[in-house]
Design a protein around this ligand. Sequence first.
Ligand code: TYD
Length: 140
Amino acid sequence: MLGAFTGYSEVPLYQMVDLPPLGDDRGSLVSVEDYAIGFPVKRVYYIFHTKEGVKRGGHAHRRLRQLVVAVTGSCEFILDNGIKRETLKLDSPTEGLVIGPMTWREMQNFSENCVLVVIASENYDESDYIRDYEDFKNMF
Ligand code: TYD
């Protein structure tokens, strides 16, 4: 029997997906298809030349789902669903971090060469952002 849903503590904070390289003796290539990541792709953006000591993010989204890949370099993600908080390092072009709706994220400790590619389920929409952590906490 399925248990009753008792809140966001039961929803995984994030998921990791393998992005297997299609390598040959010329090098590597990764292809990301929407069926493999669980949502249709509407937007791609990338974050690069992040300055030393800078923190980015600091928001959650109401509906947006994203897959994030550190295609070069590394950075740390702090993820928080209002109940638990975890820090993880993203440092591989063959691993994708999937972040669902209602997950607070902050990024920090960017390596100098870090390039984050973000694949998103929706077009940019400022009204989808929750940019105040207290507002976010009060939504649970
Ligand atoms: P923001 O989401 O604050 O970046 P981060 O979460 O990495 O700290 O976005 C920075 C600016 O870029 C902000 O003015 C909104 C704008 N922006 C777009 O216009 N389109 C986009 O797809 C994204 C992600 C941001």
